[in-house]
Design a protein around this ligand. Structure first.
Ligand code: BES
Ligand code: ZN
Ligand code: ZN
Length: 500
């Protein structure tokens, strides 16, 4: 990703040129002198009107600025950052079909001023993010490897000479966009790994590798450590598998002292069969994504590692494989979590809240002063919000409002669920402190509040990404499969609010 004002850089490959065009731009025909003769036909035949997401491919006669031009619509100005993201993602998908190594991406002069936000930096970040996220391709395991390795370089440019601090604004926006995309892509890649290639131990190794790459403190607790630390929730969920559980901890220390720490706790079930409360077979393969929360937390740590903000964050990831076996936990078991709270385990498929209980307690002990937990937690959130929005539960409405503000900037969708006392009461058990199967009613809420119990009054947000972490069909900037949802919003929130 590079920025160049004053035309196409000399060294660039002239295979694909993307032209970002607003609706006004199409109508006025002032996009490009050589495009003018086409402009009328494009409009009259409704081939291209400049709608967000719309693309149109033109092979070019010689002499030409590039062999192929992709027109991509940016919509009606003022444009929003999200519209730019979506347009860039569409452009990237279309460009990929031509298999270029590099692409040229021409933007309107003073693009920032055409946006609602009115800033080049935000426009540049949105285009960078959208392009990189749209160009994502899931790794495949076919014997015949494709020789094409994807788009290596993008040159953003316009024709005019530089004005004021434009160059710096573009560079900074590109830097942010690249970091946000890198974290999201890391989360997607991890989530897309099947369970035979990603056990709890492997997830620990991936976390260590990531932490070391950015010089972050990392620790992976193995089964013996978990025994010693009495993490009875995580141990119970993991006990049915031949791949033992792990607790993964990464600390990003950007402050002078270890205070004002934000805790990110991510569900890391590398595969969820439902355990003894076995799931039905159709669609079970999707449960490779049950560590999507863990993956998103790691994605955020990567963004912090790249951008180095002055803030403190601890990532805590309880990782386990939920399997039915002779050693698996059984309905009716009473579990004792690290907090001392006991759980009447009534359904082995409601395992996420059990491992997260120990995760939240550990984050708190390690100094977290506020906690965000993120999990592919319930099927019920799919009934409520579909695969469109992430559901949120909190004990601190103002904290959640600030998080939702951040989500509006990233274009990710977060919707709050209520937290009335009646819902908390549904968690009671006659023999233990909590039961893990409060019933079908309000199941996404009660599952969230179960986790919130372990925050013990710390400001806390729960994000249920069961609907949004993994899509059956590509949509917007997201591909089919893992999305890396909430990586960008959590990072945005930390950059804006976690700062000391
Ligand atoms: N991992 C699942 C939730 C899930 C469902 C994620 C669909 C992604 C897509 C979770 O562990 C689970 O099985 N939850 C149960 C809880 C119930 C048994 C109380 C559910 O929501 O059905
Ligand atoms: Zn489950
Ligand atoms: Zn699960």
């Amino acid at each position: 990703m590079l920025w160049n004002s004053g035309g196409i850089p000399k060294e660039a490959e002239r295979k694909v040129l993307i032209l970002l065009v607003t609706k006004k731009g199409v109508k006025s025909g002032e996009v490009e002198p050589w495009l003018k003769p086409f402009a009328g036909t494009l409009l009259q035949n409704r081939l291209f009107e400049g709608e967000v997401n719309q693309t149109f491919v033109l092979p070019m006669p010689k002499p030409n600025p590039a062999e192929t031009v992709i027109l991509v619509g940016a919509g009606e100005d003022p444009l929003t950052a999200e519209e730019l993201r979506l347009s860039a993602a569409s452009a990237a998908r279309t460009a990929l079909t031509m298999r270029p190594e590099q692409v040229l991406f021409k933007v309107p002069v003073s693009l920032g001023s055409l946006t609602v936000e009115g800033r080049n930096e935000i426009a540049a970040q949105a285009l960078t993010e959208g392009f990189l996220l749209g160009a994502y391709q899931r790794q495949n395991y076919k014997r015949e490897k494709s020789a094409y390795e994807g788009i290596r370089k993008v040159f953003f440019f316009h024709e005019e000479a530089e004005v004021g601090s434009e160059q710096e604004e573009w560079q900074q926006g590109i830097r942010l966009g690249r970091a946000f995309a890198a974290g999201t892509i890391t989360a997607r890649d991890l989530t897309n790994l099947p369970a035979n290639l990603l056990t709890p131990e492997d997830l620990g190794d991936a976390a260590v590798e990531l932490a070391q790459r950015y010089g972050l403190d990392v620790e992976v607790l193995d089964e013996a450590d978990l025994q010693e630390k009495e993490m009875g929730g995580l141990l119970a969920v993991g006990q049915g598998s031949v791949h033992p559980p792990r607790m993964i901890i990464i600390k990003y220390k950007g402050g002078e002292e270890w205070n004002d720490v934000t805790g990110l706790v991510g569900k890391g079930i590398t595969f969820d069969t439902g355990g003894i409360s076995l799931k039905r077979a159709p669609g079970m393969e999707e449960m490779i994504s049950d560590m999507g929360g863990a993956a998103s937390v790691l994605g955020v740590m990567e963004i912090l590692g790249i951008l180095r903000p002055k803030t403190n964050v601890i990532a805590v990831i309880p990782a386990a494989e939920n399997m039915p076996s002779g050693s698996a936990m059984k309905p009716g078991d009473i579990l004792t979590t690290r907090s001392g709270r006991t759980i009447e385990m009534q359904n082995a498929d409601a395992e996420g809240r059990i491992v997260l209980a120990d995760g939240v307690t550990y984050a708190k002990e390690q100094g977290a002063e506020r906690i965000i937990d993120i999990a592919t937690l319930t099927g019920a959130i799919l009934f409520a919000l579909g695969d469109v929005a992430t559901g949120a539960v909190t004990n601190d409405d103002i904290l959640l409002q600030s998080f939702i503000m951040a989500s509006k900037q990233t274009g990710e969708k977060v919707w709050p669920l209520p937290n009335y006392p009646e819902y908390w009461n549904m968690l009671k058990s006659s023999v233990a402190d909590l039961n893990n199967r409060p019933g079908r009613n309000a199941a996404a809420i009660t599952a969230g509040l179960f986790i919130g119990t372990f925050a013990e009054g710390l400001p806390w947000i729960h994000l249920d990404i069961a609907g949004t972490a993994y899509l059956n069909k590509e949509r917007g900037v997201d591909p089919k499969g893992a999305t890396g949802v909430m990586v960008r919003t959590m990072a945005q929130w930390i950059l804006q609010n976690g700062q000391k």
